[in-house]
Write a protein that binds this ligand. Structure first.
Ligand SMILES: Cc1ncc(COP(=O)(O)O)c(C=O)c1O
Length: 433
């Protein structure tokens, strides 16, 4: 293998000369480093940096590598795909098999359409809903992330007005976007009472992991289900991040609330680029070629990713996987909370399944986006830096806004989690200094 640079600062400097902003994705610069965390290798629960130093990874490819990095079955599946000739733009028998598997494990999935990434599928799910309803407006929730298509690049400003959250987005397109507070039943009721017959789709992260981990309040998902049904709107669960995270069937299985459509990606194929929309057969018939709703793509359902997806789901379907995952999660979150409490550091640890958020400066559970944003950024920063110095990579620090999400994989054995807790214990202790 080619030996590479070992100086991260020099590499970032050089990258600035050829890559826009020095990176290939904006989120690849953790603000506390002010440069990328350059990875050279991933193995199980670990990553290595340019110098060969090993870290316990609590990012896991932004949640994609739920089985762990370089999982042998996924690697083997990709090898099979390589032997087919690295074909793209082709349908194979593997697509039918993986779609069938999804219909067996995802409650909403009567039909499946594969794509490449999460932004693709949230975009086409809304397109399908708009076609089915003949309406254009959507309801989304404060801070919920659904990728980078124009429709989702809106936020509320201090006055409550819906404004673009990115340059290049026509402000007028925000007329079709209504933004509601997460877990605020009264606000949602009011929007649907006033605008229900204009709403094509209500889309949410059914567990708001992009703000750390804010689960739905009891009854909130059921309320979304009831009102959308009454108003003839399509309910979309964006399970790009929450899918497979706490139950094989995702939040739909965990909560017992079945949406009309859902989107899946990330853990679906353990690090290979693959996404899917799944849902009611009558709605899904709208996609071309059976219907008029555009969707295609050279890399849509790339065979390498499809094979990786099958290997991933076969591994996740093995008996006992979720019992073990949830038991590990429960113990870890309890022990981590106890560490912070013992050191007198005000933090709420909130996790569900394999992903979690840390809310510094708080002692009460976080149930709203506003609470998540109001966490103590400075204390959070000191903690993640102290963890990195000790060999643990936590990705979720943001300069402003809510803390992001951290997570572990099935390769994080109880022994690895014990090592992580020891590191976090030392880091929490250092905050008192
Ligand atoms: C809930 C959710 N939806 C959509 C996306 C977009 O997915 P991608 O980054 O694959 O485009 C993400 C990515 O983090 C996500 O967390």
């Amino acid at each position: 293998m080619m030996s590479g640079p070992t100086d991260a600062a020099a590499l970032f400097d050089s990258a600035h000369g050829v890559l826009a902003g020095g990176v290939s994705a904006a989120a690849r610069i953790p603000p506390y480093l002010e440069r990328p965390f350059y990875q050279t290798r991933g193995t199980g629960p670990y990553i290595e940096d340019l110098t060969g130093r090993r870290f316990i990874d609590f990012n896991m490819s932004n949640g994609a590598a739920l089985l762990g990095h370089d999982h042998p079955a996924v690697r083997e599946a990709v090898t099979v795909g390589l032997a087919l000739g690295i074909i793209a733009g082709a349908e194979t028998a593997y697509h039918e098999r993986l779609a069938r598997t999804l219909t067996e494990i995802i409650p909403a999935a009567e039909r499946v359409r594969f794509a490449t990434n999460g932004s693709d599928v949230t975009m086409i799910a809304v397109r399908l809903a708009r076609h089915a309803t003949g309406r254009t407006r959507i309801v989304k929730f404060d801070g919920h992330y659904h990728g980078l298509t124009e429709l989702f690049l809106f936020r509320r400003d201090e006055s409550g007005a819906v404004v673009p959250s990115s340059g290049g987005v026509p402000p007028a397109w925000g007329d079709d976007v209504l933004i509601c507070h997460w877990n605020d039943a009264a606000a949602f009721e009011a929007i649907m009472a006033r605008h229900g017959d204009e709403i094509a789709a209500v889309i949410c992260e059914p567990v708001h992991y992009n703000a750390g981990c804010i689960p739905p309040a009891p009854g909130f998902l059921a309320l979304l289900r009831e009102r959308t049904r009454e108003c003839g709107s399509v309910l979309i669960f964006d399970e790009v991040l929450s899918g497979f995270r706490m139950a094989l069937g995702g939040v739909q299985e965990w909560s017992g609330v079945t949406p009309d459509l859902c989107t899946l990606a990330k853990a679906l194929s353990n690090g290979m680029p693959l996404a899917a929309v799944a849902g009611r057969a009558d709605l899904m018939a709208g996609f071309s070629p059976s219907g008029p709703v555009a969707h295609s793509g050279t890399y849509s359902g790339h065979p390498l990713s499809i094979l990786a997806g099958q290997a991933t789901l076969d591994a996740l379907r093995a008996p006992g996987v979720y019992d073990a995952l949830n038991a590990l999660a429960t113990d870890f979150y309890r022990d981590l909370q106890a560490i912070f409490d013992r050191h007198g550091v005000p933090v709420v640890v909130q996790g569900l399944g394999a992903r979690f958020g840390l809310y510094f400066g708080r002692r009460a559970p976080v149930t709203t986006y506003a609470d998540a944003v109001a966490h103590n950024h400075g204390l959070h920063r000191r903690f993640v830096v102290a963890c990195l110095e000790r060999g643990l990579y936590l990705p979720a620090y943001t300069k402003q806004g809510p803390p992001g999400h951290n997570g572990f994989s099935l390769a994080h054995t109880p022994a690895v989690m014990a090592d992580a807790l020891a590191i976090m214990d030392g880091a929490a202790g250092s905050l008192r200094a």
